[in-house]
Design a protein around this ligand. Sequence first.
Ligand code: SAJ
Length: 415
Amino acid sequence: PDVCVIGLGYIGLPTAAVIARAGCPVHGVDVAQGVVDTINRGEIHIEEVDLDGLVQAVVQRGLLKASTEVASADVFVIAVPTPFAKDGNHTPDTSYVMAAARKVAQVLKQGDTVILESTSPVGTTEAVRDSIAAVRPDLAMPGIAEGRPDISIAYCPERVLPGKILEELTHNDRSIGGITPRCARKALAFYKRFVKGECVTTDARSAEMTKLVENAFRDVNIAFANELSMIADRQGLDVWEVIRLANRHPRVNILTPGPGVGGHCIAVDPWFIVHGAPEEARIIRQARETNDLKMHHVLARARALAEASPSEKIACLGLAFKANIDDFRESPARYVAASLAREYGDRVCVVEPYAGELPQEFAGTNAELVDIDTALEECGVLIALVDHDVFKVIPAEERQDRIIYDTRGIWPDVA
Ligand code: SAJ
C-alpha cells in the first residue's frame, strides 16, 4: 500500500523509514519546511541510533518523500505531538491530532485505513473518527454506519525507547486497537508488514489506555524509589544499600532513584489518566508529584553542599534526561544544573559529553561546559546527575577527597 505518515518527529520519522524499508512507498508530512527539506536531502533532524543511514537509504531508493501537505494514500499514520494545554492543569491538548485528522479527511477514499499512533487520552480515536465524519459525510464511518464502513480507523501506540527506537519499532509487541474488530484486522495486516513482535488486537479505547498505563506504571515505580531515597536522606541511610538488599527478595524489584523523571512520555502520560479520572487516579497523581518533588530535593541538597564549601568549584555531571543519549528536553539534570549555575555562577562546571554547548538558560550565568578531566582537576564538589557510562568508569582514586553527591547511584563506593 501507499502510506502517508503525518508528523516526522521522534516517532513519525523512524516509523516512516521502517515502513519504507519494508517496501511501501511513504509520503511523510510535517508542518516544518526545514524538516521536510532535511529529509528530502536524505538527512535527519533528530538524533537516533542508525536512523541517519536508514533515512538516507530509503530516500535514495525513492521510497520516502516528504512535504508539508497530506497526499492521497491507502494507509494514514498520524504521529503528531499531544502536549499539555497551556492552562497549567495538565490538560491534554489533542488539537494537533484533530488538525491532522481533518487534513487526512480531505483526501480519504473508500477502503483507506487511518491509524493514530500519538499518545492520546481515552476516546481520542473516536473523536478522530467523528471529525473525519464531519468533513466527509459522504463516507460511511466505522461504529456509526450500518453495514460495511468505507474507512477503517485504529489506535496503535508505539512503545519504543529513545536510543533503541529502530530495534524496538521492529521487535516490540504492539497493541492494535480498532474502532471495530474489522478496523483492528485491517490495521493488523498493515503492521504485520514491518513488525516482527506479536501484534495483539483489541478495541481502540483499551489500546489508548494501555499506552498511558505502561508509562504510569513506570512512573509509579520510579516514584517509589525516589520516595525511598528522600526517606533515606532524612534517616541518614544509604538508599543504594537498602535497595540492593531488598531486591534480593524474589518478588521485590525496586527501580533506581534519580534526580526526578524526565523525557516527554513518562512525565506527561500519567497526567492524561489523572485528567480522565481525577477522583480515582490518586497513586498516579501522587507519583507525578513525588517525582517532581525529587528534583527539588536534589537541588536543595546540592545547594547545601555548595554553601558548606564556598571556596570549591561544583561539577554537575550530565544534562541529558537519561543515560547515554543526547536528549536534554524535560531533563531534571538540566534543571538542577541550570539552577545551580544561576545561583553560583562561575563556580559551576557542567560536564556533558553529548552537548556541544550549554543550553540557552545557562546564558549569562558564567557556568562553563568542560570535559571530565578539567572537572576532576578543578572541582571539589561532584554532583552526578546522569548515569552516562563515561561517568560510571571514573575510578575511586580520581574522585577521592571530593564532596560527592551521587543522585543516580553510579559509584557503588559512595553512599
Ligand atoms: N528513571 C529513573 N529510574 C529508573 C528508570 C528511569 O530515574 O529506574 C528516569 C530516567 O532517568 C528518565 C525517566 O525516568 O529521566 C524516563 O526514562 P525511561 O528510560 O524509563 O523511559 P523513556 O521516557 O525513555 O521511554 C518510555 C518507555 N516506557 C516504559 O518503559 C514503560 C518507552 O518504552 C516508551 O515508548 C516511551 O516512554 C514513550 O514514548 O512513551
